[in-house]
Each structure stands twice: as C-alpha cells, then as structure tokens.
Design a protein around this ligand. Sequence first.
Ligand SMILES: [Fe+2]
Ligand SMILES: [Fe+2]
Length: 233
Amino acid sequence: MVGATLSDPDPERTGGTGSACILGPERCHLIIAGLAEQAGAHHSDIALISALHNLFRLYSEWNAEHSVRVGHHARVLAESMGHGRRDAGAVGLCACLHDIGKLHISRSILDKPGRLSADERAIVEQHPLDGLSCLDELSHGIRHIAQSVTALHHENYDGSGYPYGLSGDALPDSAQFVRVCDFFDALRADRPYRRGMSAWAAMEVLKQRKSFFRTDVLRTFEADVAPSNAVYA
Ligand SMILES: [Fe+2]
Ligand SMILES: [Fe+2]
C-alpha cells in the first residue's frame, strides 16, 4: 500500500467520496463552532466561515469534510507545538477553509481518478491563491491567519512546493502545521480507486517525504495527532 501511494505525486488532489470518514454537516459545524469558541472568533467571522463551509459542502462534500478534519488536526498540532490555546483555535478554524479555492476548479477535474494532464494540474495548483478573495471579509486577525494557511498550505519545508516555492523559516508555523495535517488526511481519506490508509501507513508515507516538513513538526504530529481516530470514526 505504501509503495503504491509513493508513486502518486499529489495525494492532495485525488477525489472520492471519503465514505469511511464522513463526519456529516452537524458534526462539522460542531467542530467549527468549537474551534471558533477556542479562538475567541468574532460572530461575523464565525458566520462567514460557516457559510463558506456550507457552500463548499454543496460543491464538493469530500473536500469540505477533508478541510474540517484538517482544521481539527491543526488545532491539536498547534497546541502540542506549544502555541497558546487561543492561537491554536484560530489556526484550526482557519484551516477549515484552506482548500476553499477549489471552488474555482471544475468537478470533472476535482473528482478525476488517476493522473491529471499538465493543463489540469496547472489549474489545480492555482487553488491556494484562488481561495484568497473568499477570505477578504474576515476580520483582521483571523484574515491574516486564514490567508496565510490558504496561500501556503502546499509549500514544502524544502522549497519543493507551490505556488511560491518558499522554504524553511519563510513559512509561518501555521502553514507548516496545516501542510502536514493536509498531507496526512489526503492519505487517510478514501479515493475513487482505493480506500484510505491506516494512520500507520499514512505516517510511513509522510516519513518518506520528511523533507517536506520541519522535523519537530512531523515528530509532534506523529506522536500527538496521527494516533487519534477522533475524526475518522
Ligand atoms: Fe490544497
Ligand atoms: Fe487540503
């Protein structure tokens, strides 16, 4: 299983119903509400984030669900990495919208099993930047975190990511947290051509790609986030 996944250069993109991991709208909203409360988010921010999640769910359920699971993981990871409770809640809340730019990608590309053409891949790789305009109306503090994790969640610590190819300390902690959570969930969730991986198998893939992640972030994720099945039950 691990070998097959390593042959796939972009686990993020792959579609599927994720039937083994569906939280459902009520549970997603409870997670979002919990993150918002922890973050001390303003009512208008909570309303906008919830509305964008609903819209995203109507367009692509598996992407909306993935985003909330990543938000859940990102909050746990940020706390384990020593960030304050409120900051960790904000990172988690903002991570719930990290893929909102996929609203710009046609469903035929988003859900396509197998490999994308070069043109299709170029469209997909626009989604970190295409999502930014959706976040303009968030209040200042939340907007800054949301735009950061949205724009930078496909950047790798070794500089091999996109859209900017940033590396190392140029990447804020929040984006590095979401990167590892995003990668993990993309492997854990179902795809059209195979079931999601176990936590162990997904971690093996992450460790094979260890240059993508800061060492302490990956180590903490493995110890404190990956073992939990809270959002995969
Ligand atoms: Fe993404
Ligand atoms: Fe994602």
